[in-house]
Write a protein that binds this ligand. Structure first.
Ligand code: F6R
Length: 600
């Protein structure tokens, strides 16, 4: 959450910073700011709201070739112009942007800054005030910055400028993501390579507790003892067109539509020369060595983990537990003797998941991260990584990463099962191809989902999703999609569970979206629909060819019963999308949310 950028070079930095922030807006969008420095000093522009509001507030006459910027997702202090970054020290000498949370900020304030009056309610401000305090004691900026870093507990990605030096940006990182990008005659700083792809595709990763002195033609990485660290840059393999909306009105719609292509790309990337599915042998042997697998994830990724459990238990016959990462760290279950941990994370940066990874590593357990972002924190820190190959996902609501996670989990399950002598009764590779085709059909049926959204969800207060077996898990995801972008109160339930309490909420017209894609529970789920219809509910049954009945509102193309979540989720995504449109919601940037949740 929160995104930071920095530029130091020969060109005017304002537009580069603003464009970078636009690309980082997915990380937080309640306020934003930039600070640029020239011979006249530091110029700070900030605004509550989106980057477009900030852009309007920036004085275009100010020219400066060094600057830093920030887009905020509030943690300490309400979204406001005062609390937005950059923050400045008491004299205005130092200016800072920060992504993360300083846990001991109150303590530091009491211990060191009693005589400094704070301008904002943020934890960030104490950092910049500390730098000034130590600089006033006679330390150089570099020394004052380093000394400050040694006092901080928590997470941070920081960029600092000093109005007495236009030639340097001071940068540091702990737990929050941060990269330094390299150019000819300029260098940049960004939370995500996407932000600065406009000027460079060469990046250097930073590790926790490192600081960097960034000049226009030199980048020096150091540890907190001041020892210089040499690290080779890498090329970010991102296609600039992947991060543009193109002709789509929203990223979410584009990303939903990309799902068939993502399926095909995954099949391609996980196939050997003989056309067989393949997974790195070390990962397969780690799966085989495990007596139990623990999937740890948050939100949509947690929902894909629930489906992944079914896949692994069915295809590889290894017991699996699925846990919410924010709970697991504090409430760890009794672990088996030889656990393997799988971290599912689109971004690879989710702090709650990372906290668990750190813990299980300390306990000496093996870990695998399944992520969309190569080089992300969870990927770097786990023993193994499997990539989703879904391309950048920019809309806050996750869509193609969910289906990509399911496909990769299915491949992992199948390949592991095969290595254990288990043969499937179907060809997974072929069935995934059928899934991709079925997704195409669904993406071509948008008017029908738009009509469903209009009919059932345009004005409702709440909505329930029900399903049995694997459909229940898709219902959970459907409810999450709907609530996060349309703000309709939505919940997913196992079909048989409503009557144990929640049925009390059913009123005349309450929409119930029921999934019926599983032959063995087809009649039971329809029985559950009858129970709610008898109490006035307005049912929308989404079934699958071969199981469909007259009462069904939409019938999805037939795919193998094990793989139905890969396609039954597409109607959930599209219905949610259109419901949000009907209700005039900001689809790509729903209120209160951020794409990458890097605070615990
Ligand atoms: C919902 C959504 C979130 C994320 C969750 C975990 O649409 O995107 O629920 O799934 O914040 O994020 P990752 O997968 O990046 O760890």
């Amino acid at each position: 959450m929160c995104g930071i950028v920095g530029y130091i070079g020969y060109n005017d930095s304002k537009e580069i910073l603003l464009k970078g922030l636009e690309k980082l807006e997915y990380r937080g969008y309640d306020s934003a700011g930039i600070a640029v420095i020239n011979n006249e000093g530091v110029h700070v522009f900030k605004e509550k709201g989106r980057i477009v509001d900030l852009r309007a507030a920036v004085d275009t006459n100010v020219e400066a070739s060094t600057g830093i910027g920030h887009t905020r997702w509030a943690t300490h202090g309400v979204p406001s112009k005062t609390n937005s970054h950059p923050h400045q020290s008491a004299s205005g000498r130092f200016t800072l942007v920060h992504n993360g949370v300083i846990e001991n900020y109150d303590l530091l304030k009491r211990e060191y800054l009693q005589n400094v009056s704070m301008k904002s309610e943020t934890d960030t401000e104490i950092i910049v005030q500390l730098v000034e305090l130590f600089a006033n004691d006679g330390l150089s900026t570099e020394e004052a910055f380093r000394k400050t870093l040694t006092l901080l507990h928590g997470s941070y990605a920081l960029a600092l400028i000093d109005n007495q030096d236009q030639e340097t940006i001071y940068v540091a990182k702990n737990k929050s993501p941060l990269l330094v990008g390299l150019g000819f005659g300029f260098n940049v700083v960004a939370s995500d390579a996407m932000a600065m792809l406009q000027v460079t595709d060469k990046y250097v990763e930073l590790m926790d507790k490192e600081m960097v002195i960034v000049k226009k033609d030199e980048v020096t990485i150091q540890n907190l003892d001041g020892e210089v660290i040499n690290r080779e840059p890498y090329t970010a393999e991102l296609d600039a067109s992947d991060i543009e909306k193109g002709t789509y009105p929203h990223y979410m719609l584009k990303e939903i539509d990309e799902q068939p292509a993502v399926m095909r790309k995954i099949i391609q990337n996980y196939q050997d020369q003989n056309g067989e599915l393949k997974i790195d042998a070390n990962i397969v042997s780690a799966m085989n060595d495990a007596d139990r697998i623990y999937i740890v994830a948050a939100g949509t990724s947690y929902h894909s983990g629930l489906v992944g459990k079914q896949f692994i238990e069915e295809m590889a016959q290894i017991p699996v537990e699925v846990h919410i990462s924010s709970e697991f760290g504090y409430n760890m279950p009794l672990l088996s003797k030889k656990p393997l941990f799988i971290f599912l994370s689109q971004s690879g940066e989710t702090a709650d998941s990372r906290q668990v990874l750190v813990q299980v590593k300390e306990m000496g357990h093996k870990s695998l991260t399944i992520t969309n972002v190569p080089g992300s924190t969870l990927s770097r820190e786990a023993d193994y990584t499997l990539l989703l190959h879904a391309g950048p996902e920019i809309a806050v609501a996750s869509t193609k990463a969910y289906t990509a996670q399911l496909a990769v989990l299915a491949i992992l399950a199948e390949v592991t099962g095969k290595s254990r002598g288990l043969e499937l009764s179907f060809s997974l590779i072929q069935e995934l191809g059928i899934v991709a085709n079925a997704m195409d059909v669904l993406c071509d049926s948008k008017e029908e989902f738009e009509a469903i959204a209009r009919e059932y969800l345009a004005t409702t207060r709440n909505c329930f999703f029900i399903g049995r077996g694997i459909d229940y898990y898709v219902g959970l995801e459907g409810a999450l999609k709907l609530k996060e972008i349309s703000y309709i109160q939505a919940e997913g339930f196992a079909g048989g569970e409503l009557k144990h309490g929640t049925i009390a909420l059913i009123e005349d017209g309450t929409p119930i979206i029921a999934l019926a894609t599983q032959g063995f529970v087809n009649l039971s789920i329809r029985g559950n629909v009858k129970e709610v219809v008898a109490r006035g509910a307005n049912p929308c049954i989404i079934s699958m060819e071969g199981l469909n009945m007259d009462e069904d509102r939409f019938v999805i193309p037939e795919v193998h019963q094990t793989l139905t979540p890969l396609i039954s989720v597409v109607p959930m995504q599209l219905i949610s999308y259109y419901a949000a449109l009907h209700r005039d919601c900001d689809v790509d940037k729903p209120r209160n949310l951020a794409k990458s949740v890097t605070v615990e």
